[in-house]
Design a protein around this ligand. Structure first.
Ligand code: SF4
Length: 373
């Protein structure tokens, strides 16, 4: 039922090529802090850059080892011609590594145009005002690149399309949350990934179809595992492997908290006469992103979602050298413990060694089982 989404993702170069046939541009972006609505309003296709686990050769001379795999891999893709279909890129300020990386990217990626979007670390009034001024600079960049003016009407329409996507994704999550749902955690990942490379209106149509088909013909799976797991991650590329292993070990992934999963669609952007202001509020306030403040909000949100979904345990999948996620882990673990939720962390780089990963996940599941019984 969900294979179409996987196919779209695997053929993402063709999706971009199709889009470009009508003379439109394609822009690669690095993080969930990027207001995609603005890119789409400019008539540009926003495409998330994914880690592909290429052997690193070219980047070795440009970047130190202690940079996360995501950034290293994206630069390797650019330097080896795998991102030639992009007309430009935008790097939102997710962490200090990304700020330093931008200079290296600009010099070595060969991107025709690139932009660094400053994203404040707090959502105070002064930060919001600053962010609005940064969004205006980003808007000019997009207008120049596309040749299209981003009018308020275009932006309002784009926000509506993205909000529809968030609402549809929420519906899908609801269907997945039933204990006998046949929608697996890996299916959800395929669906999310397709949405990050497709025009959002096309993704919306695919979601509508799948939801109505599911309602007409609900596929029941009584073999879902008994141990409820919440997966938190910024490494969606590796998350499907981890989820498959969890499901094989008798777990049922009842909640995820990826930058692009439940956290992405939890809240919609307020519709109103000031679309840029609404986007600024949304991206600063509504999506707690590790590395931004206040930390308490991030901790409450992550553990709250796990608690609401009755998760027995949380698996924290993180890229090696990713400071924001590593920095947040201890505070989340303390709060999760208070709520009776056990946590385990896995480095994305461990995912390449499936037998080792399986042993680790099995041990964690057994420790949870002991407590459930
Ligand atoms: S937030 Fe983490 S994964 Fe993302 S760019 Fe920064 S270090 Fe890399």
């Amino acid at each position: 039922m969900f294979s179409e989404f996987k196919k779209v993702f695997n053929n993402r170069d063709n999706v971009a090529a199709e889009w470009k046939k009508s003379g439109n541009k394609v822009l690669g972006y690095f993080s969930a802090l990027t207001p995609e609505e603005m890119i789409y309003a400019a008539g540009i296709l926003p495409v998330q850059l994914f880690t592909t686990n290429l052997p690193l050769t070219e980047t070795k001379t440009c970047l130190p080892d202690f940079i996360c795999t995501h950034l290293k891999d994206c630069l390797e893709q650019a330097m080896t011609g795998k991102l030639d279909y992009l007309d430009g890129s935008v790097l939102a300020h997710a962490c200090e590594a990304s700020r330093g990386f931008y200079g290296v990217w600009k010099l070595n990626s060969g991107m025709p145009q690139s932009h660094f979007l400053q994203v404040p670390a707090t959502s105070k009034k002064t930060s919001r005002d600053f962010f609005i001024s940064e969004l205006k600079i980003f808007k000019s960049f997009l207008e120049e690149m596309s040749g299209n003016e981003i009018t308020d009407d275009r932006l309002i329409h784009s926000i509506e399309v993205y909000n529809e996507n968030r609402n549809l994704m929420k519906k899908l999550y609801e269907l997945r949350s039933f204990s006998d749902s046949s929608i697996s955690g890996s299916d959800i990942i395929d669906i999310i990934k397709a949405g990050l490379v497709l025009p959002k209106d096309e993704h919306n149509r695919m979601l509508e179809n799948i939801i109505s088909n599911y309602h007409e013909n609900p596929d029941i799976d009584n073999d879902q595992g008994d141990v409820y797991i919440c997966v938190v991650s910024n490494a969606i590329e590796e998350a499907d492997t981890v989820i498959e292993v969890i499901e094989k070990c008798g777990g049922h992934v009842v909640m995820d908290n990826f930058s692009y999963g439940m956290r992405y669609c939890w809240d919609t952007v307020e519709s109103g006469p000031d679309p840029l202001g609404s986007l600024a509020t949304h991206y600063l306030e509504k999506i707690p992103f590790p590395g931004k403040f206040p930390m308490a909000k991030i901790v409450d949100s992550l553990t709250g979602m796990a608690e609401e979904s009755d998760a027995d345990g949380m698996i924290w999948l993180v890229e090696k050298y990713c400071d924001p996620y590593m920095f947040s882990y201890p505070a989340v673990e303390i709060k999760a413990k208070e709520k009776g939720i056990k946590m385990m962390s896995i480095e994305a780089e461990e995912v390449g060694n499936i037998p080792r990963l399986q042993i680790k996940v099995e041990a964690f599941m057994e420790s949870l089982m002991d407590e459930i019984i």
